[in-house]
Design a protein around this ligand. Structure first.
Ligand code: FE
Length: 195
């Protein structure tokens, strides 16, 4: 018979862990404040601006594909979990999707912290085995004539998927284009487009 385990709300548990770490001197209270401050700058809107720029500036696209870490740093998007970023360009014949099968790695400076579904054991286990089915379940049907590449992100290498630019956006501004780029599209479980 399984025993039901009751747990305190996540906020209470987080506070308890924080207090224990500070009390034992393993981590300073200041470090928590510093990380919380930096974390506010980690958001997918950063990556969306990188993608919009790449769509409109072929030279930047070249730089992004050859050295995404340096290209993202041009915008100031750098730092923890962004030390080595690799950009993957979606094309009409190739769709890229990323996963961290070990845990939950994303390129924090451009994608932000990972969403819950990305951390789920189900996504991590299944997207490597049956990516088309998982993508379809998430609302993205990839055509049979399009190859699907699944990339294992890791502590060392963080990927950024560059979704394809939607049609009929030739005259759009950078901000308008960036608004089409969701976090999900930069993970590769969605395409860029109107929300
Ligand atoms: Fe991870």
């Amino acid at each position: 018979m399984s025993e039901k385990i009751s747990t305190a709300p996540i906020e209470h548990r987080a506070e308890a862990v924080k207090a224990a770490l500070v009390d034992t001197g393993l981590v300073s209270a200041q470090m928590f404040d510093d990380v919380a401050e930096i974390a506010e700058s980690w958001k997918p809107e950063n990556g969306a601006h990188v993608v919009a720029r790449a769509w409109t500036d072929p030279d930047f696209m070249d730089r992004l594909l050859s050295d995404a870490t340096a290209a993202c740093a041009e915008f100031g998007y750098a730092g923890p979990q962004g030390e080595y970023i690799v950009a993957l360009e979606n094309t009409p014949t190739c769709h890229n999707v990323i996963v961290c099968t070990q845990c939950s790695c994303t390129a924090w400076p451009v994608l932000g912290l990972p969403p819950d579904w990305y951390k789920s054991p189900e996504y991590r286990a299944r997207v490597v085995r049956e990516p088309r089915r998982v993508l379809a379940e998430m609302g993205l049907n990839v055509g049979k004539d399009v190859s699907v590449r699944v990339w294992e992100t890791s502590a060392e290498t963080r990927y950024l998927v560059i979704p394809m630019r939607p049609n009929e956006t030739e005259d759009w501004t950078l901000d308008q284009l960036a608004a089409l780029v969701s976090r999900e599209s930069m993970i590769g479980v969605a395409v860029a487009g109107r929300p």
